[in-house]
Ligand binder design. Structure first.
Ligand code: CMC
Length: 392
C-alpha cells in the first residue's frame, strides 16, 4: 500500500484544485473568482455574489434579473414540509432543524437529484438558495411560538427573510433598509471560504455521488460546531460570561492563556489567516455603523473592542498569530437586528450556501474527482486469536 503521509486536521494537504476562492492568509487577502472581498462587500449584492460564485462570472443585468426571478418563485415550502417543523421541540436549536429540513428536501424534489444532470443540478441549486432562508425563518418562528408566514415574492431575498422572521403580524412589518443592506453585506462576507471544514464535508459527501441536498445537509451539521460557524454564537456567550463576572477581561484572558479546558478566545484565530481576517475588518466597521444606528447594545461592543485590544497586545496571542476572525463581531450585529444568539449560525448558513453549491458543482464537473477516501496509520493491536466469552 506504500507509505502513508499523516496530516491530522489536513493542515498541509490539498484535497482539490479549485478556481472559486483565493485566500492569502499572511497578507489577509480574500477573493471570490478573482474579485477582492472589499469590492464585493461595497458594491455587489448577495444574490449577484452567489451567481458569481456558482457560475464563475458576474451576471449581466438580464442574467441577474432572471436568476433573481427564478429564486423568488421557489421560496415557498411544500405544506407537508411545513408540518415537519411541528415535530421538533420548541427549544430546538435551528441548526439541526435546518440540516434535517434540507435533507428532507431530497424527498420532496426527487426530480432534481441526479448529480450529473445539469438541468437538475440547476433546479436543486435554485430551490436551495430560495428555500434555505425560508426554512431558517420558520425554525425561528417556531421557537417563538408564532405562525409561519408565506414568503412575499415581490420582495428581495434578504427583505423577505427578515419579514418571514420578524413579521408579526406580517402586514405591519417593513424591514429597516439599513438592516437589509447590512445583512446582505454580511451574507456576501460569508459566501465562500475555500476548503474549510463544512465545504470539505460538502465535497466529500458529494464525492460519493450523493445528491446536492444530502451534501448540503451534511455541510450544515459541520458548520454548526463551535470551532467553525458555531463560534459566532459562542462569542456572545463569552462576552456575557465576562460581563457577569464584573467585566473583568484580564482574568478571562488569563483563563484562556492558562488553557483551562473549554476556555478559548472565541472569534479569534484561524487556520489560514495569520494576520487580520479581512472579513473581520469589514464586519467591525459594519458593527460600528449598525449599532450606532439601530441602537444595539454598545456596552457589549465596547467590551468586545476592549477584549480585542487586550488580546492583541498580549504575547500569547501575538506569538501564535491569533487575530479576530469573521465571527468575532458578527453576533453583536445580529443581536442588534433582533436575532437571538442561537440564530447566528443559521445566518452564517444562509451566507455560506452559494459557496457550498459552487464547490459541489466544481467537484462534480471535475474529471479528476474521485471518491474522497483518506487513509490512516493503524495503531491498534496486532493479529490475535478470538477468546471464547467464558475465557475472558
Ligand atoms: N484562543 C486561545 N488560544 C487559541 C485560539 C483561541 N481562539 N486559537 C488557537 N489558539 C492557540 C492554540 O491553543 C494553539 O496553542 P499552542 O501552540 O500553545 O498549542 C495555537 O493557538 C495554534 O492553534 P491551533 O488550535 O493549532 O489552530 P488551528 O488552525 O487548528 O485552529 C481554529 C483554528 C479557528 C479552530 C482555532 O483558532 C479556534 O479554536 N478558534 C476559536 C473558535 C473560532 O473562533 N472559530 C471560528 C473560525 S473562523 C470562521 C469559521 O470557520 O466559522
Amino acid at each position: 500500500t506504500g507509505l502513508i503521509t499523516l496530516d491530522p486536521g489536513f493542515t498541509n494537504t490539498g484535497s482539490t484544485t479549485s478556481a472559486v476562492t483565493y485566500i492569502d492568509g499572511d497578507a489577509g487577502i480574500l477573493r471570490y473568482r478573482g474579485y477582492p472581498i472589499e469590492q464585493l462587500a461595497a458594491k455587489s449584492t448577495f444574490l449577484e455574489t452567489s451567481y458569481l460564485l456558482i457560475k464563475g462570472e458576474l451576471p449581466s443585468a438580464t442574467e441577474l434579473e432572471d436568476f433573481t426571478q427564478r429564486i423568488s418563485r421557489h421560496t415557498m415550502l411544500h405544506e407537508d414540509l411545513k408540518r415537519f417543523f411541528d415535530g421538533f421541540p420548541r427549544d430546538a436549536h435551528p441548526m439541526p432543524v435546518l440540516s434535517s429540513a434540507v435533507s428532507a428536501l431530497s424527498t420532496f424534489y426527487q426530480d432534481s437529484l441526479d448529480p450529473f444532470n445539469e438541468e437538475q443540478v440547476e433546479l436543486s441549486t435554485i430551490r436551495l438558495l430560495a428555500k434555505v432562508p425560508t426554512i431558517a425563518a420558520y425554525a425561528y418562528k417556531k421557537s417563538v411560538g408564532q405562525p409561519l408566514l408565506y414568503p412575499d415574492n415581490s420582495r428581495g431575498l434578504v427583505e423577505n427573510f427578515l419579514r418571514l422572521s420578524f413579521g408579526f403580524p406580517a402586514e405591519d412589518y417593513e424591514a429597516d433598509p439599513l438592516m437589509v443592506k447590512a445583512l446582505d453585506q454580511l451574507l456576501i462576507l460569508h459566501a465562500d471560504h475555500e476548503q474549510n471544514c463544512s465545504t470539505s464535508t460538502v465535497r466529500l459527501v458529494g464525492s460519493s455521488h450523493a445528491n446536492l441536498f444530502a451534501s448540503i445537509s451534511a455541510g450544515i451539521q459541520a458548520l454548526s460546531g463551535p470551532l467553525h460557524g458555531g463560534a459566532n454564537q459562542q462569542v456572545l456567550e463569552m462576552l456575557a460570561t465576562i460581563k457577569s463576572s464584573d467585566g473583568n477581561i484580564k482574568s478571562f484572558v488569563d483563563r484562556v492563556k492558562n488553557k483551562e479546558p473549554g476556555v478559548k478566545l472565541m472569534g479569534f484565530g484561524h487556520r489560514v489567516y495569520k494576520n487580520y481576517d479581512p472579513r473581520a475588518t469589514l464586519v467591525k466597521a459594519t458593527a460600528d455603523e449598525v449599532l450606532s444606528k439601530l441602537g444595539g447594545n454598545d456596552e457589549m461592543l465596547d467590551l468586545a473592542k476592549q477584549l480585542e485590544e487586550i488580546a492583541l497586545s498580549d504575547d500569547y496571542f501575538i506569538s501564535r498569530k491569533l487575530y479576530p476572525n469573521v465571527d468575532f463581531y458578527t453576533g453583536l450585529i445580529y443581536r442588534a437586528m433582533g436575532f437571538p444568539d442561537r440564530m447566528f449560525t443559521a445566518l452564517f448558513t444562509i451566507g455560506r450556501l452559494p459557496g457550498w453549491i459552487a464547490q459541489w458543482q466544481e467537484m462534480i464537473k471535475d474529471p479528476a474527482t474521485k471518491i474522497g477516501r483518506p487513509r490512516q496509520v493503524y495503531t491498534g493491536s496486532t493479529a490475535r486469536d478470538y477468546t471464547e466469552i467464558d475465557g475472558r
